[in-house]
Write a protein that binds this ligand. Sequence first.
Ligand code: TYD
Ligand code: MG
Length: 471
Amino acid sequence: MKTPRAVFVCQECGAQAPKWMGRCTECGAWNSLVEERPVDPEVAPGANRYAQFGAGGSAKLYAEVDIADAVRLSTGIDEFDRVLGGGVVPGSLVLLGGEPGIGKSTLLLQAAAHFARAVGPVLYASGEESEHQIKTRGDRLGIGDAPLYLLSETCIERILEEIARLKPSLVVVDSVQTVFSIKFQSAPGSIGQVREAATQFLFAAKGQNIPTVLVGHVTKDGSLAGPKVLEHVVDTVLYFEGERHHAHRVVRAVKNRFGAVSELGVFEMTGTGLRPVPNPSKLFLSERASGTPGSAVLCCVEGSRPILVEVQALVSTSTYGNARRMAIGLDQNRVSLLLAVLEKRAGLNLAGDDVYVNIAGGMTVEEPAADLSVVAAIASSVRNRSLAPATAIFGEVGLSGEIRAIPQAALRIREAAQMGFTRIVMPAANVDRGDPSLTTTAGSPKPPGEGGTLELVGVRTVGEALDSLIT
Ligand code: TYD
Ligand code: MG
């Protein structure tokens, strides 16, 4: 009898090789090839196992495609619905990634219970915890009566049997790295098994129109284990972010076929599970000591959501030879660039100084609209003068020290006004442009308290910005 030929699969990129090598020729990763045996024809009869998916479909005219049934099912947790793009789409496959202990299982158990109560039975399959453990956690979360089925199982085929038997409205698989298919001999968590799990659950989700959520582990360098393979297969990829030492957690959509990407949901970890935070700006600014040098309020936009965060900078004389430059929650290179602009265009001398920049509360901000607030915070710390009170800042800084226009100015202004800020330092181009949305904002009902006036200060250069911010 012919023995099935072994293939060696790179666990980093999924490339295949006929023999073992120390280094993957595709992605260059060292020691990443693992032997995997291909599907045994005895176990999987029939030439094309993919035939079960979407069988018998003929091409449809665009105009005839019915979207009336493309409803969204609410998970009962507003912030979770928001990242999903308004709720769970029937038949969709969602991947929720995050570091161990960040709250993936907690969030999904809470969502599963809500969903079971509101929509219909839910199957929660866990390869990590026993039913007893899950129930103990559920008790702490205050999950009462709900048609929630727990299954402690790691075999994909067994889980699929239970799906076929129970016909649930939602399936949760915790986690994709712990389940295995009997068709492969490699260990759970290897790329072959992870890919097989994703594919099988994809068929189940699409074939039976059951939305499925897979939990994915994150490797030490922060990427999902079994990396790109999974991201291509699933419809939606969500990431759990946040520090384990902070109470708040952010769930971010990095890919979504049914909604906006980089959409955020903000949660707070409490003694009784994750609690949604409907007003994140308030949370991120709650511990801000106003009137201290080196603190600026930035109005950033994540997805479609404006959030105010505090940018902190500390500049101190370096006692050692090499000055340190450190950025937490911001791109290190971007901060270096802004420091160079400050030295050259605003005449600040930072050569012998250590510079630390941090986004308070553990948030990460990637958009260039943060530039001006970083510059302002650093300059404020250097001069040891606090920034003008009740002022929010946004704008991109160019290499010649010019302040460049940024998108969604009106959204940012509205959020700042709602949070009680009365003055906004922003790119002049955004004020001049006469954005129709901007005029409505300026003319809209004034924010409560604080005298009710909103002043928009348009600035063109870094120097101008610092003049209007540090008096
Ligand atoms: P968990 O959901 O098990 O993380 P993951 O599935 O992502 O590995 O979260 C576990 C952490 O959350 C653990 O450190 C304890 C904490 N936690 C609370 O603070 N309150 C709670 O009510 C629960 C259930 C967990
Ligand atoms: Mg878990």
